[in-house]
Design a protein around this ligand. Structure first.
Ligand SMILES: C[S@@+](CC[C@H](N)C(=O)[O-])C[C@H]1O[C@@H](n2cnc3c(N)ncnc32)[C@H](O)[C@@H]1O
Length: 220
């Protein structure tokens, strides 16, 4: 990496603080080690198109860190079982596992080498509650309190492919760019969008939001 680790750490600290995320020293180290692992394994596994450490910090780490506080607020102290669908290199699942060790986080991807990378991260960074799962989400069996995704699919497809993965009382959290009006309008009647939460990512001049959804109660 061409950028000094101190410079990256400073940028991470400033970004986390702007996002209201209080990082312990070991979590800072884990996040920077995760960044370094992505950089190292991208050369072999092609995990991300972004190669520069500064860009990876803003576009991947800070972008994922931005959902930590909204998710904690949603959890309200409960130790959630979280599924990150189409996790790729582990975004946002690995960041959630580092920042919220009280959550059990499964990162599922159809590409074996991506799931293997997440397993490698879990072992290297000693994150016992993190798992990389190689599967198509629609063929999985487990259920989760929160199903999240980033850059995975339209809201409509996300809901259709993962509805069976939600535990009773569970919710979806989709990370999106600009508020996706068309996708919101096309969401299945079986799901209800209950909140669209705008996000501001430090040092990233782009619109971001979280679309929160839950199954609509069917009246019988
Ligand atoms: C654009 S990438 C996003 C990766 C990561 N979430 C991120 O933000 O960088 C979408 C990922 O979804 C995975 N994927 C596509 N369909 C899937 C399915 N049905 N089940 C699980 N993963 C899937 C792909 O292999 C790919 O790694």
């Amino acid at each position: 990496m061409s950028v000094s680790v101190d410079g990256l750490e400073q940028a991470l600290l400033q970004g986390a603080s702007a996002l209201g995320v209080d990082l312990q020293p070991h979590q800072r180290r884990q996040l920077l080690d995760y960044l370094a692992l992505i950089g190292k394994w991208s050369r072999v596994y092609n995990l991300t198109a972004i190669r520069s450490p500064e860009e990876m910090l803003t576009h991947h780490l800070l972008d994922s860190l931005a959902v930590v506080e909204p998710l904690r607020r949603h959890a309200a102290g409960r130790p959630l079982r979280v599924l990150d669908v189409g996790s790729g290199a582990g975004l946002p699942g690995v960041v959630l596992a580092i920042c919220c060790p009280e959550f059990a986080v499964d990162c599922v991807d159809t590409v074996a080498k991506k799931a293997a990378f997440v397993q490698h991260v879990a072992a290297s960074l000693r994150l016992p509650a993190l798992r990389g799962v190689h599967a198509r989400v629609e063929s999985m069996g487990a259920s989760y309190d929160l199903v999240c995704s980033r850059a995975f699919a339209s809201l409509q497809d996300f809901v259709a492919l993962t509805q069976a993965r939600l535990a009773p009382g569970g919710a979806w959290m989709a990370m999106k760019g600009r508020r996706p009006e068309d996708e919101i309008a096309a969401v299945s009647p079986r799901a209800q969008v209950f909140h669209v939460e705008p996000l501001t990512i430090p040092a990233l001049d782009a619109e971001r939001c979280i679309v929160w959804m839950r199954p609509r109660e069917v009246l019988t």
